[in-house]
Ligand binder design. Structure first.
Ligand SMILES: [Zn+2]
Ligand SMILES: [Zn+2]
Length: 273
């Protein structure tokens, strides 16, 4: 069993000031050593960091310290982490999914030898970094909320958009070949099958938004349309015929991506009589 520091529980989300208070460490950096509590706090920031930290199964592949140029395994905190199975320093992990919110994952330990990888530094130049395989001592990584997961993926996509042609090529060709994976949770709403079937029959094979025939037939010959709620169930919309339309896959994506008021108005018109 790990010994959690006083006053913090796994899963707790705290701010930077509280993190410093609990661990008596700096408020900056991804690796924060505290002599007072004899700990090393690791922050895996999925919103802002240039590092490619990622979970594979239940192992966090954590990128060491050093923003620019090749990282040294004997560099200050990399050395502390590398020796953490024997030096008595407690290593604690926080993840940031939302800016300035630190989720405490618990105490971790090094489960394999650190290895080198090519990653871009904070100036966009490709360099060697050290990656440390870490596992939580007590249990599994916390399941992440699906919306938060998508938000961090979205933030990364935005940063990629801002890169120059050559930076992008560098990063794309040095991307880790094994994709990260983590368990996320999402709420699935039960949909009444009668409402869905009703809206499909009402549409009669024609998409309620573009008024074109379904793009293909299912194996059983039925036109393929998807049922969609004008006001999303996740936003409190009702699972009723007057809130449900049948859309072709293109228009369905469009409703979730573009969210145009004109489109919503048109769909509302289709169900109002
Ligand atoms: Zn359509
Ligand atoms: Zn939908």
């Amino acid at each position: 069993m790990a010994t959690p520091p006083l006053g913090i529980e796994i899963g707790e989300v705290i701010d930077n000031a509280r993190l410093r208070e609990v661990f008596k460490c700096s408020t900056q950096g991804g690796m924060r050593r505290s002599n007072k509590t004899n700990t090393l706090v690791l922050v895996s920031n999925h919103v802002k960091s240039v590092y490619g930290d990622r979970w594979i199964e239940n192992t966090l592949h954590y990128t060491g310290m050093g923003l620019v140029g090749d990282q040294e395994l004997n560099g200050v905190q990399n050395k502390t982490l590398n020796e953490s199975n024997t030096n008595g320093v407690g290593v604690h992990l926080f993840e940031v999914f939302v800016n300035k919110e630190y989720t405490y994952q618990g105490q971790v330990r090094l489960t394999g030898s650190p290895y080198q990888e090519r990653q871009p530094d904070s100036e966009g130049d490709i360099r060697d970094v050290w990656v440390f395989p870490l596992k939580l001592i007590d249990g599994m990584p916390l399941v992440q909320n699906n919306d938060d997961f998508r938000a961090t993926q979205g933030a990364k996509a935005k940063r990629a958009k801002r890169l120059s042609e050559s930076e992008l090529e560098d990063k794309a060709s040095n991307a880790p070949k094994t994709p990260g994976s983590r368990t996320t949770k999402s709420t699935q709403y039960e949909r009444d099958p009668h409402v869905a079937e009703f809206s499909r029959r009402r549409a009669n094979g024609i998409c309620d938004l573009c008024d074109c025939p379904a793009p293909f037939q299912k194996k059983n010959g039925d036109p393929y349309l998807e049922s969609h709620h004008i006001v999303w169930l996740s936003r409190g919309g009702e699972d009723t015929p007057s809130n449900t339309v049948a859309l072709c896959p293109n228009c369905h994506r469009r409703m979730h991506i573009v969210k145009s008021a004109t489109d919503i108005k048109k769909l509302a018109g289709k169900v109002s009589h």
